[in-house]
Design a protein around this ligand. Structure first.
Ligand SMILES: Nc1ncnc2c1ncn2[C@@H]1O[C@H](COP(=O)(O)OP(=O)(O)O)[C@@H](O)[C@H]1O
Ligand SMILES: [Mg+2]
Length: 373
């Protein structure tokens, strides 16, 4: 196969990408698992590929690792096209959900395994193992313990140590925290962030967990049904979701479908149910357009009396879920013919609502996202 031209560089990228996923498609028979995806991964970044189960995340990672070949497109690592390069020549570290440790072998034997495969000198191996144990914060005297005797969190640390002991240019993580309980998962999230900060590793991490992506990633690539929906810094993904899918998948979001009724400067009114919703527009909306409006649960005000906002509706509290630091409400809005999710942080006892309460629900035009259908 003739090597392809190296694709045009993103002029905004600060440096050459370490990995360039360039217009990659993967088909299994008639099923398109990955559909024309391009992602440049920057040197030293923590990039998370986020999407629901079946979106094509593992397939993408397997193509970077070399376990699968793209049907179309190419993957470049350090500017080399790698489709013809076997996995062991790619210098990549891997941690998958099943940690694939050898439970009867010691911590040291597990971590030394990739070094021995690479025929490193035994005298170098010991030093390297001690360094990497320190990096993952496991006591050095754990070296001789069988991995099977360690706790789940300690085994996770051994798996990370084994993946980075030979200083790969790239670390691939496929849902490595998804089998852990909530507390341990949160601890390992900050551990991974710390390890990334203390090394110059480039990390490509896959998860279906929005919070995990938002809390760890420098940039997030959201994929759905094999296709890239948005690639942006984590904050931007949350603040400016590019598509209805991203708006709905990330955060607690209610979608309203309607038709543009009036446009007046930077404002539009969208007919929803028997009522109207004021939204902001940059000029892209025309009366008659079918649109989807996304509302974030934390942007919606509730009050026993009135709400001072661009949009305010009579509503009824249908469900209340007290979660300690926040309260989640399910609120029906008859005039919009819809039910919306509302989240209030640190609830003030004055504004705690009960099931069945008649309330006003409101939000500003600027707090909605609008998408042409
Ligand atoms: N080896 C395979 N053969 C056939 N279909 C596959 C294979 N691997 C994955 N798929 C299909 O490709 C799609 C994407 O799978 P996958 O990449 O595992 O998704 P994710 O990791 O996002 O859950 C799914 O529909 C899955 O069933
Ligand atoms: Mg997967």
């Amino acid at each position: 196969m003739a090597p392809k031209q190296i694709p045009e560089r993103d002029p905004d990228a600060e440096e050459e990408p370490v990995v360039e996923i360039d217009r990659v498609t993967k088909r299994y028979g008639s099923l398109v698992a990955v559909n024309d995806v391009s992602i440049p991964v920057r040197d030293g970044e923590f990039l998370t590929i986020l999407g629901p189960s079946g979106a094509g995340k593992t397939t993408l990672l397997h193509m970077i690792a070399g376990f699968e070949r793209p049907s179309d497109g190419e993957i470049y690592i350090d500017n080399r096209p790698v489709s013809d390069e076997p996995p062991n020549e790619r210098n990549i570290g891997l941690v998958f959900q099943s940690l694939a440790l050898f439970p009867h072998m010691s911590v040291k034997e597990n971590i030394a395994f990739p070094l021995k495969m690479r025929r490193e000198a035994p005298e170098d191996i010991d030093g390297r193992i001690e360094e990497v144990l320190e990096l993952v914060q496991l006591p050095v005297d754990y070296k001789h313990k069988p991995v099977g005797d360690l706790s789940g969190g300690q085994q996770q640390r051994v798996a990370f140590a084994r993946a980075i002991v030979y200083e790969p240019t790239l670390l691939l993580l496929d849902e490595p925290l998804s089998s852990l309980d909530k507390k341990l998962r949160e601890e390992m999230r900050s551990e991974l962030t710390r390890i990334h900060a203390e090394t110059d590793l480039t990390i490509v991490h896959v998860t279906h967990n929005q919070t995990e992506a938002l809390s760890m990633a420098d940039r997030i690539a959201v994929i759905n049904d094999g296709a890239l929906e948005q690639l942006a810094p984590a904050k931007e993904i949350y603040a400016e979701p590019a598509t209805p899918f991203v708006a709905e998948f990330i955060g607690d979001t209610t979608m309203l479908d309607g038709t543009v009724d009036r446009v007046d400067g930077g404002r539009a009114t969208v007919a929803v149910g028997d009522d109207g919703v004021a939204v902001e527009t940059d000029g892209g909306l025309t009366p008659g357009d079918g649109v989807r409006i996304a509302l974030r649960a934390e942007k919606i005000a509730l009050d026993h009396n009135s709400v001072d906002a661009d949009n305010a509706y009579d509503a009824t509290v249908k469900q209340v879920a007290f979660e300690g630091d926040q309260t989640q409400y399910t609120v029906s809005v008859p005039s919009l013919d819809t039910v919306i999710d509302v989240t209030h942080q640190d609830p003030d006892p004055e504004t705690v609502f009960d099931r069945g309460d008649a309330v006003t629900a409101g939000w500003d035009a600027a707090d909605t996202f609008v998408y042409d259908q």
